[in-house]
Design a protein around this ligand. Structure first.
Ligand code: BGC
Length: 759
């Protein structure tokens, strides 16, 4: 705890407080928090990018003595899983504040966090984003935030100078409590445990009313799922997720300060008669404006949509993460796969803008981008391991993950028309493409039979994750099968992603008027396409692996030679039939599979995949009680129990909260309600619903940069009725299922298939 006494002798007209720390902080001014943000100063690449927050504290100050108080915990800066491992890392907790005051008489003062700050060990005995928190209420120096409190026993701080070059005003919305969930059920397990169920898998933490005798230890443990019999089962063996509170006998509302958990169920120990009103779940997320809604006549599809929304809340907490319980890491591939869906539902432009700036900080001199951003803590060892294994020092950049450098800003531009992000990331994007092209040119796989003039345009060396988690290989979780899937799918994934980034780069350069770059990357992309057609696809249309994704990706990215299109189409359909109509694609195959089917005129099959209830499928999850999107289709077995595999000799369960497979919502947006952009940012819109027999009505709204777009349809008396809303300064083409076509400017319109007399 840090405490600074500041004396203001005159009446304050206006005051700003700037604050940051090494760790995470909770700030008070005279005992009051200026806002409800959590986890300031946010997770960034601290050596280059440390946010400070700016607060209007005018109303909180008094004439006379004022106390600036800060609790500081480890957070990302000091956490074992997340701390930097370079010379800029300093193991001490540290704070930096500056109070700027303008008095009513027009004079001004400025107070920095100097040697007058006092410090004391806090009741938060330890905190960790993964392991949880231990809080001893007996250690709370009650009254410490008031002017009268005597802090003689507190220690003097040690002034330190870390320089100011990495400080940045916070950009992007803060983390806040976005919802409070009451208890949904109190379950008694066969083992006799009293399990509290909040009914929803979330990222957040519990808030407890505690009125236990002094010395009582209250513990809370968290999990996302129960075992097959309904007993408490920790589905996250790698992180403790444990809260401990030691009572001092006073009645208290306790919510952990500096940790959050991924959970749905908790076990509470130490509270005698826990009333349901005494515990709630606080949902935490980076606050973002809602941008979309969806509902249709099928309750399971609606739940699937809700599940994507919940996984999005949980995995956008200061940075885009893979999962909120096990890793909480900025995996670049996960957000690359999910960006489009995310933007259709929330305004995450500021959030992603900050993360992309940080991606550029982590980008190596040679243009490579690590698989997580920030690259810190536990991931450094992983990075080094791959660098050694693949002999690629400073260049561990898996296809589909590193490509986030180009594709995330590009998708942001496509959906919101945001040119600024393209300008901001331009150098980073080019560096990435140059890295891919250089790697393709200079490195060849051992024993390759592909002629060099072809192979120089194939990105096919280095460490990759392939499609990542192809179900037929990944039944065993992260076992040998998953690694085999990496080996086979990398052969097409890496060259195709290389092509996708480089061809997107050409478009980006053209948009910004950099014609030289546009021509260069355009030509390189053509060479890559030709190389894929010679070196990856054989003359009979075979791919390096007989997999759904292997056919879907070339079809989607328009890489199949004309004479082989039929073969690819047949192969893709065959794979789906062989697989009993179930999905067999991983993270990088899923975003293109249904589009590839539409491209070969098999939208019916794309819908079959959507409605399928057998594993692996989206509705298998829904039918098995999913409230979020799972990491793997097999995360829960048929009997509803977490599927347990093994990794590094430890039991391992898949996370129930990974958003990547939720990208199906992007397909639903463009197909069920048929909302498409014809020009970036929806300046020109096409509304062409492609209804399936299994749906009777569907409504989608989307807040585009120009205003709200609505596509709402219903089947009535054998007819199709469509209501659309087109925002100002845009135009739209509307196509009904019977082929009738209309052009409209902004406004609200109704159409019916039985008449062209649209209103
Ligand atoms: C993460 C993924 C990530 C992957 C890369 C996992 O541990 O949870 O979502 O993209 O590693 O293989």
């Amino acid at each position: 705890m840090f405490r600074q006494k500041i004396i203001l002798n005159k009446k304050v007209k206006m005051a700003r407080l700037y604050a940051t720390c090494h760790g995470v902080y909770r700030l008070t001014v005279n005992g009051k928090r200026p806002d409800d943000r959590e986890f300031a100063p946010e997770c960034t690449v601290y050596r280059e990018y440390l946010c400070y927050q700016t607060y209007d504290v005018t109303e909180l100050l008094n004439t006379g003595i004022n106390i600036i108080g800060m609790h500081v915990g480890d957070g990302w800066y000091h956490g074992f899983m997340t701390k930097a491992q370079d010379e800029t890392y300093d193991p001490a907790l540290a704070v930096l504040t500056q109070l700027e005051v303008t008095y009513e008489d027009g004079t001004a003062d400025c107070f920095g966090s100097d040697e007058t700050v006092k410090v004391k060990e806090s009741p938060v005995r330890c905190s960790d984003l993964f392991a949880g928190e231990r809080y001893d209420a007996n250690r709370m120096p009650y009254g410490w935030e008031s002017a009268e409190f005597i802090d003689d026993e507190w220690l003097d701080v040690v002034p330190a100078d870390f320089g100011y070059q990495n400080l940045k005003a916070q950009y992007g919305q803060p983390v806040r409590p976005i919802m409070i969930l009451p208890v949904k059920n109190v379950l008694t397990s066969p083992k006799g445990e009293r399990i509290i169920d909040f009914g929803q898998v979330i990222a957040g933490r519990v808030r407890l009313n505690i009125h236990e005798p002094s010395g009582t230890k209250v513990t809370v443990i968290h999990t996302e799922g129960l075992d097959a019999k309904g007993n408490f089962f920790d589905n996250n063996p790698t992180a403790d997720q444990r809260i401990e509170y030691i009572s001092d006998g006073n009645e208290q509302v306790y919510e952990p300060y500096f940790t959050f958990q991924g959970f749905r169920y908790v076990l509470v120990d130490g509270i005698k008669d826990l009333n349901e009103e005494d515990i709630t779940a606080v949902v935490l997320s980076s606050e973002k404006e809602n941008a979309g809604t969806f509902a249709c006549s099928n309750a399971d599809i609606n739940r699937l949509y809700e599940n994507t929304r919940w996984s999005q809340h949980a995995n956008m907490l200061s940075l885009p993460t893979d999962c909120p319980q096990r890793e909480k890491a900025g995996w670049t591939g996960d957000i690359q796969v999910y960006t489009k869906t995310a933007l259709l539902n929330e305004d995450i432009t500021p959030f992603l803008t900050r993360w992309l700036e940080n991606l550029a900080c982590e980008q190596k001199e040679n243009g490579s981008v690590p698989f997580v951003v920030p690259l810190a803590g536990a991931y450094i060892g992983q990075y080094e391991m791959y660098a050694e294994q693949f002999k690629t020092p400073e260049a561990v950049s898996p296809a589909g993950w590193g490509d986030a450098a180009v594709l995330v800003p590009f998708y942001m531009y496509c959906l919101t028309g945001n040119m600024q992000i393209l300008k901001q990331q331009y150098e980073s994007m080019k560096n990435w493409c140059d890295f891919v092209l250089r790697t393709a040119r200079e490195n060849r796989p051992d024993g390759s039979m592909i002629p060099e003039e072809v192979e120089q345009y194939l990105w096919n060396t280095g460490h990759h994750y392939g499609e990542h988690l192809i179900p037929s290989y990944s039944r065993d979780g992260y076992g040998e099968g998953t690694f085999e899937a990496i080996r086979v799918s990398t052969k097409y994934v890496a060259p195709i992603y290389g092509y996708h980034s480089v061809s997107s780069m050409s478009e980006i350069a053209r948009v910004l008027g950099n014609d030289g770059d546009a021509d260069y990357y355009g030509e390189m992309a053509q060479n890559m396409k030709a190389a894929i057609q010679k070196g990856v696809i054989d003359e009979k249309g075979n791919m390096p692996a007989d997999l759904m994704g292997a056919y879907a990706m070339p079809l989607f990215y328009r890489l199949v030679p004309e004479n082989l299109k039929q073969t690819f189409a047949e192969n893709l359909v065959r794979k789906i039939e062989e697989n009993d109509g179930c999905l067999d694609v991983g993270f990088l195959g899923i975003p293109v599979l249904q589009d590839a089917l539409c491209r070969i005129d098999r939208r019916d099959l794309a819908y079959d995949l959507l409605f399928n209830e057998k594993a692996p499928s989206w509705l298998y999850e829904v039918k098995h009680g999913a409230t979020t999107i799972w990491e793997s289709w097999f995360a829960l077995d048929e009997d509803g129990a977490p599927f347990i595999s093994e990794i590094y000799g430890m039991p391992f369960c898949m996370s129930l909260n990974h958003y990547a497979f939720g990208c199906v919502d992007d397909w639903m947006f463009r197909n069920i309600n048929g909302i498409n952009y014809e020009e970036p940012g929806f300046k020109k819109i096409r509304i062409q619903p492609q209804p399936d027999d299994r749906l009777d009505w569907a409504k989608r709204t989307f807040k585009s940069a120009y205003g709200e777009i609505v596509s709402e349809w219903e089947k009535k008396d054998g007819n199709f009725e469509l209501f659309v809303k087109i925002p100002c300064n845009t135009t739209a083409v509307i196509v009904l299922p019977d082929g009738q076509r209309f052009e409209r400017g902004s406004g609200a319109y109704r159409f019916r298939t039985d008449s062209s007399d649209a209103r």
